[in-house]
Design a protein around this ligand. Structure first.
Ligand code: NAD
Length: 363
């Protein structure tokens, strides 16, 4: 818990997690936020990469490493069809699993249906599924009642928020035996010998049982570093004690720095096309509203220069191999250094909230 006087000494907060951002908006609404805060979670380079692409890979890695499961022909249910849920569903489908989705939001439910997944209530499929994955950011999504009805050998894990999604607490009763079969894998044994396989005691399965793709960590760490630099360099009145989205220009900048990895070549707008779309040729190319752990990072005028390196080392501590570590460190430094130069060059100093004029329709 940070004392209010400590917060006053800082230039701002950069928050990466869904839940943390939610709390910041609550503080702001209550008039209790005393410094500017940057909502990095809703940057495309965070949401798409960390939540979608990263989880798409790490869910399979986590399940394989901890259970040696084969996915072809298995039935899985994914609770929540947000970015994390979408990634999990895509990965399971690609390996031949039959995937069900549960959702509370009709738009996400419709998306799931259009993507070819059956949208069900958890109770409809709980008896038949082999794998249950939560990805909602919510609490009490899988209850003891659900687990009572699971079949023998069903694997249960959480990819969403902290350890709240699966009601693990309700399994700590004298009638159930907990058997640790390996690190991060518990068998919960019922009196009739039925076993439910619980990963990481309901904490984030991918963070506990696998590694994260270091490239993704590089993208998100670079986004956070740039958000800190922006808060640090911004003229005094640009940000008040409120929650802000990262300017789209910076999002695009992080993405462009990572494109050379894939030898990807961007198409440049012609003058005529730029005018037609009402865009600046160098971006931003999308309006700010175009979208796609819980840590608070504080920056003050003294600490900012070392932040990019802190992020790099954070990224590296989560990276799987030394080659990847090297890459992560390198990309994060590149992003921070190049961005610092661009600030000096006036790229961000001249930043205005993106405006977009209507295209001039030709007769
Ligand atoms: N495991 C990881 O590495 C990782 C990475 C990024 C984010 N996260 C966490 O994953 C969670 C989800 O992130 P997201 O970006 O997908 O969020 P999101 O808001 O895009 O998606 C969550 C979805 O769950 C649905 N939902 C909420 N309650 C539900 C319920 N009871 N039953 C079924 N569906 C329900 C919501 O309607 C929403 O569509 C967050 O807590 C986030 O912090 C985890």
């Amino acid at each position: 818990m940070l004392h209010a006087t400590t917060i006053f000494m800082h230039a701002g907060i950069v928050e990466e997690s869904v839940t943390g951002v939610h709390r910041l908006y609550q503080l702001s609404k209550a008039g209790k936020l005393c410094v500017p805060a940057m909502n990095v979670n809703d940057s495309v380079t965070k949401t798409k990469f960390d939540n979608l692409y990263s989880c798409r890979e790490s869910i399979i890695d986590a399940l394989k490493r901890s259970t040696d499961l084969m996915f072809g022909g298995k039935q899985a249910v994914v609770c929540g069809y947000g970015e994390v849920g979408k990634g999990c569903c895509q990965a399971l489908k690609a390996l031949g699993s039959a995937v069900y989705v549960t959702e509370i939001d009709p738009i996400c439910a419709l998306q799931a249906a259009m993507d070819g997944f059956r949208v069900v209530k958890l109770t409809e499929v709980i008896r038949q599924v082999d794998i249950v994955i939560t990805a909602t950011g919510n609490k009490g999504v899988v209850t003891r009642e659900h687990m009572e009805r699971m079949k023998n050998g069903c694997v249960v894990c959480n990819m969403g928020h902290s350890n709240t999604e699966i009601d693990v607490h309700s399994l700590r009763t004298p009638d159930l035996i907990w058997e640790k079969v390996r690190s991060q894998v518990d068998h919960i044994i019922w009196p009739n010998n039925k076993r439910v396989v619980l990963l990481a005691e309901g904490r984030l399965a991918n963070l506990c049982c696998s590694s994260l793709p270091s490239f993704v960590v590089s993208v998100t760490a670079a986004t956070q570093a740039l958000a800190l630099i922006e808060l640090y360099n911004a003229p005094q009145n640009r940000y008040k004690a409120d929650v802000y989205l990262l300017p789209k220009k910076m999002d695009e900048y992080v993405a462009s720095l990572h494109l050379p990895t894939f030898d990807a070549h961007l198409t440049e707008l012609t003058d005529e096309q730029a005018k037609y779309l009402g865009l600046n040729k160098v971006g931003p190319f999308k309006p700010n509203y175009y979208s796609q752990n819980k840590k608070f990072y504080f920056c003050n005028k003294k600490s900012i220069p070392c932040w990019s390196y802190t992020f790099a080392s954070t990224a590296c501590s989560r990276a799987p191999t030394s080659h990847s570590e090297h890459l992560t460190l390198w990309w994060t430094r590149q992003a921070a250094e190049a961005f610092t130069k661009s600030v000096a060059g006036g790229l961000i100093a001249s930043f205005e909230p993106p405006t977009r004029t209507e295209p001039e329709w030709e007769a």
